[in-house]
Structure formats: C-alpha cells, structure tokens
Design a protein around this ligand. Sequence first.
Ligand SMILES: *Cc1c(COP(=O)(O)O)cnc(C)c1O
Length: 425
Amino acid sequence: MNQSHELFERAKKIIPGGVNSPVRAFRSVGGTPFFTKKASGSYLTTVDDKKLLDYVCTWGPAIHGHDHPVIREAISKALQNGTSFGTPGPDEVEMAELLVDIVPSVEKVRMCNSGTEATMSSIRLARGFTGKSKIIKFAGCYHGHVDSLLVKAGSGALTFGNPDSAGIPESFAKETIVLPYNDIQAVENAFAQTEEGIAAIIVEPYPANCGFILPKDGYLEALRRICSQNNAVLIFDEVMTGFRLGLGGVQERTGVTPDLSAMGKIIGGGLPVGAFGGKTEIMNFLAPLGPVYQAGTLSGNPLAMAAGIASLKLLRETMPYERLEKLGNQLAEGVKDLANQFSIPLQVPQVGSMYCLFFSETPVQNFEDALSSNAETFKKLFQHCLNNGVYLPPSAYETCFISAAHQEDDIAHTIDCIKNAFRSF
Ligand SMILES: *Cc1c(COP(=O)(O)O)cnc(C)c1O
C-alpha cells in the first residue's frame, strides 16, 4: 500500500469521507485521492514522490503557479510581526486600495475569509439595502456553501448526486428563485411574476462550476438592464474569474458593471481570503455604518493580506494574461484537433487560462447541457492522465486552470497524453 492509501485510510476514520472538501475524495472519477506533500510552479509532488502537472491550481488561486518566491517572501516577512492583531492593520488599507483600483465595480470593499462568506454577505447586504427577500440564482452556478445558494449548485453538489443539500430548510430555499443560465426571458418572467419584488441577481458571469460556460451575446448586459429597471442589486460572483480572466475580471472584459462583486481565491495568494465590494451607497449599509451586520475574527488577517497584496502586485507587474491566453489556446486547439482526428464528440470552451472538456456533440450553454455531456468518458480521460503524470480536476464538472508557471512544453506534453488516452478509447 502506498502512503496516499495509508493516509486516506487513517483520514476516513476521523474525517467524514477522509477529506475537508468533498470533491477531493475522487468519488466521481473513482479510485482514491493522492495526498500532496509539496507544490511548486506547475507541479504537485505526492507523498509517494510522484510529480504531477497540475491543472487544478488549488481550484483557482495559484495563478502565479505554486509557491511563488515573491509571495513566499511576503508571507515570511509578515510573519516576523505576528500572525493576527485583532485591530486594524496597514495591509488591510493597502489591500482595499488595490481592489478599488483594479475592480471596476468596487468603490468600497470589506475583507472576509472565504468566497462563501463573500457571497453570503453580499446577499445579506443586497437584502438589507433593498428591503426585499427573494433572490435569483442560476442553475449550475456555485456560490459557496451558503444555505440559500446551495440550490442547483453545480460541481460539488453534482458530483455527489445531491444537487440540493440536506439540512437546508425549505423556507430558506423558497427565497431563492433558480433559473436557467443564458435565458433572459426566464429572468424577465421571474421579475414580472414576483409581486413582492426581487432583492438581487447573483451570477457567476462566466459559470465555472459546472464545467465552463460562456454567456450568449448581450446576456450579461440584459441582466444589468433588468436589475437597474427593477431596483435589484446585480451581484457578480467573481471568486473564480476575478483577476484571472484579465486583471479586472469579467466585468472589465465585458464592460458590464455589477453593483456588488464577490471575490476570493487569487486575492489570498494561497491563504484563506474572501472580499466583497461595490457601490459606496450599498456598502455603507454595512455595520458599523449601517444596519447590516457582518464580521470576522480573522478578517483582514495580516498574513493573508501580505500574500494577497503580493499576488495582486505581481499580476500588475507581470500582466500574464496575454501569455495565458496563448497557452489556453494552444491547449484547446490541440485537444479539439485530436477530437476531430479520433471522431470523439468534444466541446472545449476556453477563455484565457480557464477551459474545460465536455464530451458532448453540441455546445454547452447551460446546466442541463452540461449534465448531458458524457461524464464516463471524462472519468476514463482523468484516470489515463493521472497515470501519466497530468492532474485534471477530479470531476467532469470542474474548470481546468493554467498558471503562469505552465510552459509551452507542459501544454504539448498534456496534448500528447490526451492523444494516447483518445487512442485507447
Ligand atoms: C470557489 C468559489 C466560491 C466559494 O469560495 P470558498 O473560498 O471555497 O468558500 C464561491 N463562488 C465561486 C464562483 C467559486 O468558484
């Protein structure tokens, strides 16, 4: 038995499913998870000394690659001054200034500790600000494990066959209207039919938690218009896309400006962080200025701020987006060519450093389309790649990430690996 197996056996006895986040358990791809002892650049090293080219990138944060020396140095330096103060610290101001400067919609911002907290607090704030209760979310969009948002929530829930989690009172879920993504008429209808009004629309502008889905032309613009017409708050959940699809995220790419934005992942530089921000008028509803309560013992933690600031500044200095787009293209085009060559029905949606592989005849525009792709074929591909040193996300409904540490050779190697997989199908 190898060390990963041994650790997993020990873990299962005392951690539910042996993992601290469900998708890590490999349930949807079979086999048992490997345990990682070290991550550097574009590679993970397992406890059994296997090196794996990593397309999970710690589920998004590692845009600079793992263990970037500049971020490591920033954390070490901050560590000299202690790990938590419980008072305001200078780095929190610098972080807030950076976020306001970079993200188009953000005039004021509050730090928290995870993406889940960011979306949860955004929803509470939108409700407090509008005085309305109902919210709209889209099937397949994942906004963290917030009670009222864990309804048709994409990969994590999907992978485990219970799209609606147990433990969420029906009365909570009733406040959430779930609509198909990419269908503006459905949104118009919901507003027309909901007499008491709707507080907010929350959306992953490019949904990346049920594979990777792109909006139809004009879709995000229409959401913006409808929210403005109905005094509803438009919330972009850019926890995944922020700072990754361009420095200012999807809102910068598309020019569609939400009222509030939820952020996380990259802004922690690998440490646990979230943030939410937006219009001053709305943000001023937060305590201690306003009536909406939100707090955190470790919010604005100095180590997390140091790592996040270093990560953001590094993005600004290196602006890796053009190169990431090239690598992403190289991979997507390479894999599409292979699919043609081997007559395998495959869609490869890709923007910049994000892509996914849907084994499907037709383009995937929403959650239902994603569900009808062939997850069994993905499973075979996943296992083949893992056995050959390439780690894809362990679910057919996750997005793959490329980091600035990935090289053209890495991509070429991956295409080769996928070619051999396709040959064996
Ligand atoms: C990861 C993610 C979250 C949740 O963030 P956590 O830090 O895991 O709580 C929320 N929204 C989106 C779009 C995400 O990808």
